[in-house]
Write a protein that binds this ligand. Structure first.
Ligand SMILES: C[C@H](O)[C@H](O)[C@@H](O)C(=O)CO
Ligand SMILES: [Mn+2]
Length: 417
């Protein structure tokens, strides 16, 4: 009897001592934190709708975006049913459900996220969280935690404190720590005359936010840097050096967003350094096209390299992998599905690398064989292994998930008018 494509493909990897079954097992334990904001273009459910700000932008107007919690959760359910493995969902504060009551950001409470928690419990997944420090009248001039006005700073400090409290509630209810990631847009369009003072204020605001201690089993704090945004081209207060130092000194997670650096600078190349000096690191995997454009993550070189670096360092339990892209020009559930499947796919790809052998070649100075093998592995029969993984995880194989999306769009999303 002829071998199946999977059995045949497996033999190629086994020749280099790769254990495909072990790779499957390990992969099934790695959660990706799927960002809820792809589902509605970062609109959120606040009673007073505000325009997106903070130097980020969503383009496109594909019909059928989720308009409330029920729809967003249904869309996430659909996407998660098409992605192999058990993952997490990452919320922003603007996804509070207040039943029509106007609740400002500094006053949000755990009760406003009860529906999310009930849903997550039912699904057996964890929730992560982000304070929403943009798209608000108090962020109008692009300054928040570093604002010269103490009243504005206090407002955002209180919002971040409220966010950590909500994350602690997630941690308690769901039995898995919630990652709270602080990203603020603060910066200047043009050359500043004083770079130090705003950074000093941001540092003080963070100290105040973190003055309340939470157990690591409930809350993990992360800080996300950025090089520039629209309107903060010349200077961003929370730069990489700022947060890297802050995280190290204060035992926080440094969060690297792949769109937040110079276009030729990669986060894959930073991981090994961060892992040497930090117990944990957090990621926003995105795809910057010429700028921090937050395109849907594809199976490209940088995604593969990020996955390689995590797996080569045996750091899959030390790196919190989150996604951060938003595309409103295509079906939003498909966007989640494509980006998350690709991230899982890249991890499997990395798990199939005969890492020890390649490391030995490097140590021996055998760069010819290192390059030759790295190149040859690129055309190994990876597809058959990926298909088998999807099948075993009971999700659609190859592009057959597109049928589910088409059906969902026709029966559910297209009716949202
Ligand atoms: C909506 C997100 O929190 C936001 O994109 C942030 O993480 C970021 O990357 C800003 O550029
Ligand atoms: Mn980000």
């Amino acid at each position: 009897m002829a071998n199946t494509p999977f059995v045949e493909a497996k033999t190629h990897y086994e020749r280099f001592g790769v254990n495909v079954e072990e790779a499957f097992q390990k992969l099934s334990t790695i959660p990706i934190s799927v960002h809820c904001w792809q589902g509605d273009d970062i609109t959120g459910f606040e009673v007073t709708k505000r325009e997106l700000s903070g130097g980020i932008d969503v383009t496109g107007n594909y019909p059928g975006k989720a308009r409330n919690g029920e729809e967003l959760r249904a869309d996430l359910d659909k996407a998660l049913s098409l992605i192999p493995g058990t993952h997490r969902v990452n919320l922003h504060a603007i996804y509070a459900e207040t039943d029509g009551e106007e609740v400002d950001r500094d006053a949000i409470e755990p009760k406003h996220f009860k529906r999310w928690v009930d849903w997550a419990k039912e699904k057996g997944i964890g929730l992560d969280f982000n304070p929403t420090v943009f798209a608000h009248p108090k962020a109008e001039d692009g300054l928040t935690l570093s604002h010269p006005d103490p009243e504005i700073r206090t407002f955002w400090i209180n919002h971040c404190k409220a966010s950590r409290k909500i994350a602690a509630y997630f941690g308690e209810e769901l039995g898995t720590p919630s990652l709270v990631n602080i990203w603020v847009p603060d910066g200047y369009k043009d050359t500043p005359s004083d770079r130090l003072t705003p950074r000093k204020r941001l540092k003080e605001s963070l100290d105040e936010i973190f003055s309340e201690e939470y157990d690591e089993s409930l809350v993990l704090d992360a800080v996300e840097s950025k090089l520039f945004g629209i309107g903060s081209e010349a200077y961003v207060v929370g730069s990489h050096e700022f947060y890297l130092s802050y995280a190290q000194q204060n035992n926080k997670l440094c969060l690297l967003d792949s769109g937040h650096f110079h276009p030729t600078e990669t986060i894959s190349n930073k991981l090994s350094s961060l892992l040497l000096f930090n117990e944990k690191v957090a990621l926003h995997v995105s795809r910057p096209v010429r700028w921090d454009s937050d395109h849907v993550v594809t199976f490209d070189d940088e995604l593969k390299e990020i996955a390689h670096e995590i797996i080569r360092a045996d750091a899959h339990e030390r790196v919190n992998i989150g996604l951060d892209f938003f595309d409103a020009s295509i079906n939003r559930v498909a966007a989640w599905t494509i980006g998350t499947r690709n991230t899982v796919k890249a991890l499997l790809y990395a798990l199939l690398e005969p890492t020890n052998h390649l490391k030995e070649l490097q140590e021996q100075g055998n760069f010819t064989e290192r390059l030759a093998l790295l190149e040859e592995f690129k055309t190994y029969p990876f597809g058959a292994i990926w298909d088998e993984y999807c099948q075993r995880q009971q999700v659609p194989v190859k592009e057959s998930w597109l049928n589910d999306i088409k059906e969902y769009e026709e029966n559910i999303q297209s009716k949202r008018v």
